[in-house]
Design a protein around this ligand. Structure first.
Ligand SMILES: [Zn+2]
Length: 561
């Protein structure tokens, strides 16, 4: 072969190898690694994002909104941003100073549209939402709040109804694809939220106007007496529907979700607690009507039986005291005078097991069942009880109860001896009207006879007419009530300076419509009796209820005016 022919062959061989190499590479790209490369190309033009759709709305009994999710937009930068682009956004809203990642979160739709007009490259507009609570602080401890999780893009209920009903309220996740144009900047995505993927809506039995008013009265009372805290619950007697459930101190759930964990710690857990269901306390004298009902039901005492109070009585090695000597009195007056000595004497006639069994039937020692995760069981004594332990129970000590348990038990007397379980969440529904679940008071359970319930109700009218609850009187209305001033247990025994002043009652006596409980924790005042501290708060809420619900007064009382 001539030298020039050799060169031609070499060139050909090189060319054929080069061609084969290109073919091989193409084969690898087109056939073997097709999927991988296709995905990579896709990724340049599309960006997958998982979003959680809006939470459900929470309504009150009149369809007023208590919590809702508003549409917001966030801006995300997937490439390092130029400083002039950042300053354009900074000129319109506060930014975090980041060059990449989340630039600004949950801005209004209007603001997002203004920024969009700037045509800034390499940023995405991402739909989000923000929780809004129109009532704010008055409903904070009941409704709770939500927390944003930056990484998971989730909004989670943090306390109250938002937490306890998160399973229903939370919106489901959905993938939204954002498409990029040729130069890599991202086009505005305008996907709408499909209603069926949004969270379920809830209807509460709460009435916004009563909740607001009751909270205001509770707060005023707590501030007036420099109290540590307090609770007010308003309930419709026949249905068990809760019209208001307030706890003070409370918090504004609107600003809560914006706080960082450090700020939350500063505020403290106490303000986040719904004391109406989580506060376990010795209720004191407001429990006396329940014990009276048990004693009358078991037939160990009659209303006209006589008891003598010398101001104190010895039980074992302990002395039980009254505020003063009540002298000779009927059993009816023992309740009207709130006489500890009389109660102690009467309760000794009853077997301890029967007493505790009745308290269980009245709902103590078990969750009320409102569907709130913070709810406590309370504490009931176990085993055989000493004479002193029985005596303590007769005036509301030696057991732990939540405010809701106390109101439910007392309302059993208002409901002619039938226990009615309170209802807070009445309906769960999807979209506008599609009903998922409905809740009513789960069956009425007889605890005491109608006759005994009527007897105790009449005794409780006298508590307000002649006894310790006079401050609850409303002209033209017969009101049933009971005061309580419970000393709090400390490591050094019961402290006279630390009391829970309370009042529980319902009206009108002949046809009970509304039951109200007021509890004020550690009021600071010369006179700390429930009849002085808590009763006026009850009366003011009751007067408001009379106007709002048009509750008619008592014929008999009217004639006497
Ligand atoms: Zn007495």
């Amino acid at each position: 072969m001539r030298p020039y022919q050799k060169r031609i062959v070499i060139v050909w061989v090189v060319m054929i190898f080069a061609f084969l190499a290109i073919l091989g590479k193409l084969f690898v790209i087109q056939v073997i690694k097709r999927d991988k490369f296709a995905k990579r190309a896709d990724k340049i033009q599309k960006e997958d994002n998982t979003y959680v759709l809006p939470r459900g709305t929470i309504f009150d009994r009149e369809n007023n909104i208590l919590a809702m999710s508003n549409e917001r937009w966030s801006i995300y930068s997937h490439k390092r941003m130029q400083s002039e682009d950042r300053s354009k956004i900074a000129g319109l809203c506060e930014i975090t100073g980041k060059k990449i990642g989340w630039i600004v979160r949950r801005i209004s739709v209007d603001l997002a549209k203004q920024i969009e007009k700037e045509k800034i490259p390499n940023i995405s507009f991402i739909p989000e939402h923000k929780r809004f609570y129109p009532m704010g602080e008055p409903i904070g401890s009941l409704i709770g709040s939500v927390q944003f999780e930056d990484n998971a893009e989730k909004i989670q209920g943090l306390c109250g109804i938002e937490w306890s009903w998160n399973k229903y309220l939370a919106g489901r996740s959905q993938k939204i694809v954002i498409e990029k144009d040729g130069v890599g900047s991202i086009t505005y995505t305008k996907e709408r939220f499909p209603e069926e993927l949004c969270g379920y809506n809830l209807s509460l039995s709460i009435s916004s106007s009563i909740q607001y008013f009751a909270y205001k009265k509770l707060k005023d009372t707590c501030l007036k007496y420099k109290a540590k805290g307090g609770v007010v619950i308003v309930m419709e007697v026949a249905t068990g529907e809760i019209l208001a459930s307030c706890s003070w101190p409370s918090f504004d759930p609107n600003i809560y979700s914006d706080w960082n964990p450090l700020e939350r710690r500063k505020v403290g857990k106490d303000r986040l607690k719904n004391k109406a269901v989580s506060w376990v306390l010795e209720p004191g004298s407001i429990l006396k009507p329940v014990v009276c009902a048990i004693l009358l039901q078991e037939g160990v005492v009659k209303e006209e039986d006589r008891f003598f109070c010398q101001g104190s009585i010895e039980i074992g090695r302990r002395k039980i005291f009254c505020v003063h000597k009540h002298g000779d009195q009927t059993f009816r007056d023992v309740l009207v005078n709130s006489c500890n000595v009389g109660m102690t004497q009467a309760v000794q006639r009853l077997d301890d097991k029967i007493l505790v069994d009745y308290l269980k039937k009245f709902g103590f020692g078990d969750k009320v069942g409102l569907g709130l995760a913070e709810e406590e069981n309370g504490i009931l004594p176990r085993g055989s009880l000493s004479a002193l332990a029985k005596s303590n129970l007769s005036f509301g000590y030696g057991l732990g109860a939540t405010p809701f348990q106390v109101l439910m038990a007392i309302s059993t007397i208002a409901n002619q001896g039938l226990l009615v379980k309170p209802v807070l969440v009445s309906r769960v529904f999807e979209g506008r009207n599609s009903l998922i679940k409905e809740y009513h008071s789960s069956g009425k359970r007889r605890v005491i006879s109608e006759r005994v319930a009527k007897q105790v109700s009449e005794m409780m009218v006298d508590v307000v007419e002649k006894g310790t609850g006079k401050a609850a009187k409303i002209v033209g209305y017969k009101i049933c009530g009971k005061t309580g001033t419970a000393e709090k247990a400390t490591p050094h025994g019961y402290d006279k300076d630390k009391v829970v002043a309370s009042f529980v009652g319902w009206f009108p006596a002949e046809d009970p419509k509304v039951a109200i409980l007021v509890m004020i924790d550690e009021p600071q005042a010369e006179v700390r009796y429930g009849g002085v501290i808590a009763t006026p708060c009850f009366r003011e809420i009751a007067e408001k209820m009379i106007i709002l619900y048009g509750i008619k007064g008592s014929e008999i009382v009217r004639k006497n005016i």
